[in-house]
Design a protein around this ligand. Structure first.
Ligand code: SF4
Ligand code: SF4
Length: 72
C-alpha cells in the first residue's frame, strides 16, 4: 500500500502546534530549527505511519501543510 508524504512550509508555519494536536497518530512535533520569523516549524516523524487523514492540513490556519500520496 502506498504511503503518504507530509510536508510543512518552514517559513509559513508559525509553530502554533494545532496540526500536532489534531494528528490522530501523534506524528507531528515542532522541529529543532528556527525559521526567519523566530518560530519552530512543525515536522513529522514516523512518516510511514501517516494515514493520510489530512487533519493536519485542514486545521492549519496558514495553509502550511501539504500531503502527497507516495508515488502519485
Ligand atoms: S495526514 Fe493525518 S495522520 Fe498524517 S500527519 Fe496529518 S494528521 Fe497525522
Ligand atoms: S497548524 Fe500550521 S502553522 Fe500551526 S504548527 Fe501546524 S503547520 Fe505550523
Amino acid at each position: 500500500m502506498a504511503g503518504f508524504i507530509v510536508t510543512f512550509d518552514g517559513e509559513v508555519c508559525k509553530g502554533c502546534e494545532l496540526c500536532a494536536a489534531f494528528c490522530p497518530k501523534g506524528l507531528i512535533a515542532p522541529s529543532d530549527v528556527i525559521n526567519n520569523k523566530g518560530y519552530s516549524p512543525a515536522s513529522i516523524s514516523r512518516q510511514e505511519e501517516c494515514v493520510g487523514c489530512q487533519s493536519c492540513a485542514l486545521v492549519c490556519p496558514d495553509g502550511a501543510v501539504a500531503i502527497y500520496k507516495e508515488g502519485a
